[in-house]
Design a protein around this ligand. Structure first.
Ligand code: NAD
Length: 491
């Protein structure tokens, strides 16, 4: 294991071994080989990380102004952009995602820190008119405190940044628990905060192979807020654990997002958008456009276009710039995708393309898959596969399109493809989802809120309002007359 890289926990600004000394391995999903050894933390390490985050909050970091935090956020944004190549390679090794996507993500992550740097010195309370002229009333926006961030294996640093940048702008400290399947890049990122000049303990990371660390962190009495991205079932556990401490949560969960294509749509553009929605990142994105709901006049033609392009998608080495789809990110996820393909076949779906593993490549490769002959009750239409599996089915009129799109417990994202401007906005307003793209798919920005309705989550990340999720509002009453009042009346 000569080339294996080693990663420790990050507590109080320093890399430290797990208290137990234990480690665990991470396999590269493309090569199948162990490429990293990481510290296998335990709830005892979580205690230490929460204590370090609390001490930073009570110490130097807690005394910084928004102006100083803005400077530090700008600096960390620059450092991440400068280190994008190394961080992107770590993510590719851990999750098998394409280098060409991850280098783009890692280069843009700096802009999230820059955006929240712009907000850090503008977090303002208000002076509130009091009905009683004897009082001056104002509010302060204070950091909510120690934030627990629990993240998934797809895009670990981007999804962490959506929590970390606004939390730091607000003046919070954080303990991060990355996924056991892709933890290395989070450790590398956390070490950059020291270089940027953040005081020790502002950003801490506890890695580990067991879900018990996430559970320990989510329910930790020293934590003030929990921000989670991951599966809906796990989100429920996290919300229960946080509720024990009556802590607020932000939950970014799963999806089953619809792509609604009307008969007048530009079919070439729609086919490209559908491909990007379901086959980019091997379909392993929360916003995957996994349900293709198409007007019956163009259903067969669009399915043909998508299946033809799917057949030419280049699968292979995620580091190769020509590769368009990498492997599934880990063995449990691979088993899950194959399970859904079998269920679809058993339920009578027709495979327009794919539907199986890629025999030539072996490993964890699954062919991009287009299924027809499914309907609103099919399992692949109801449940999140989190893989390269598209389920296509027809609609007859606009009302039916909206009803089919909303016939899901999820509500993360969706798209409307049409050239009719009236219909585009009408339908976008009726789709119950946190994001709706019109004639586009898979676009995100620091300034635009992202999050879900229903089982897709609670709260929004990104945008100006995300800072609110990391602040408490304190009302301050100032008595102005200096007189002594009747203690038995309400002021
Ligand atoms: P997951 O829920 O299995 O794991 C997410 C994190 O939770 C990991 O760090 C894991 O160790 C931790 N965890 C596991 N059990 C826990 C428990 N009982 N208490 C606390 N933490 C626990 O999710 P995953 O497989 O890593 O990621 C895929 C899922 O994430 C998909 O459902 C996907 O849709 C969702 N996702 C959502 C978004 C979004 O923004 N809405 C983005 C990406 C991924």
């Amino acid at each position: 294991m000569a080339d294996v890289e080693r990663f420790k926990l990050v507590i109080g600004g320093k890399p430290v071994a797990a208290v137990s000394g234990a480690t665990f391995e991470s396999q590269n999903p493309y090569t199948g080989e162990t490429w990293a050894v990481l510290a296998d933390g335990s709830p005892t390490d979580v205690d230490a990380a929460v204590a370090a985050a609390r001490s930073a909050l009570d110490g130097e970091w807690g005394r910084t102004t928004g102006f100083v935090r803005a400077q530090l956020l700008r600096r960390i944004g620059d450092l991440i952009a400068a280190d994008a190549e190394r961080l992107a390679r770590l993510e590719v090794s851990d999750s098998g995602k394409l280098y060409r996507e991850m280098i783009g993500q890692l280069t843009s992550i700096g802009s999230w820190f820059h955006y929240y740097a712009g907000l850090a010195d503008k977090i303002e309370g208000r002076q509130i008119p009091s009905p009683n002229p004897n009082y001056l009333v104002y509010t302060r926006k204070e950091p909510i405190g120690v934030v627990a961030a629990i993240t998934p294996w797809n895009s670990p640093l981007l999804l962490l940044t959506w929590k970390l940048a606004p939390a730091l702008a607000a003046g919070c400290t954080m303990v991060v628990k990355p996924s056991e399947h892709a933890a290395a890049s989070t450790v590398a990122l956390a070490l950059l905060f020291d270089d940027a000049g953040f005081p020790p303990g502002v950003v801490n990371v506890v890695t580990g192979s067991s879900p018990e660390i996430g559970a320990a962190l989510a329910g930790h009495p020293g934590v003030d807020k929990v921000a989670f991205t991951g599966a809906t079932a796990t989100g429920r556990h996290v919300a229960h654990a946080a509720a024990e401490n009556l802590n607020p949560v932000t939950l970014e969960l799963g999806g089953k997002s619809p792509q609604i294509v009307f008969g007048d749509a530009d079919l070439a553009a729609a086919a490209s958008g559908v491909i990007s929605g379901i086959f980019a990142a091997t379909g392993q994105t929360c916003m995957a456009g996994s349900r293709l709901i198409v007007h019956d006049s163009v259903h067969d033609e669009l399915v043909r276009l998508v299946a033809e392009r799917a057949a030419t998608i280049r699968l292979g080495d995620p580091m190769d710039p020509d590769t368009e789809m990498g492997p599934v990110a880990n063995a449990p996820q691979y088993a899950k995708v194959l399970h859904y393909l079998k269920v679809a076949r058993d339920e009578g779906a027709t495979v327009a393309y794919g539907g199986a593993v890629d025999e030539d490549l072996g490993g964890l490769f699954v062919k991009p898959t287009v299924l027809t002959g499914v309907g609103p009750e099919s399992t692949v239409v109801r449940e999140e596969v989190f893989g390269p599996v598209l389920a296509a089915y027809p609609f007859h009129d606009e009302d039916e399109a909206v009803a089919l799109a909303n016939d899901t417990p999820f509500g993360l994202a969706g798209a409307v493809w049409t050239k009719d401007v009236h219909r585009a906005h009408r339908v976008a307003a009726k789709v119950r989802a946190g994001t709706v793209w019109i004639n586009a798919y898979r676009v995100a920005a620091p300034s635009v809120p992202f999050g879900g309705y229903g089982l897709s989550g609670i709260g929004r990340e990104n945008g100006v309002d995300a800072v609110e999720a990391y602040t408490e509002t304190k009302a301050i009453w100032v008595e102005l007359t200096g007189s002594t009042r009747d203690p038995f009346t309400l002021g």
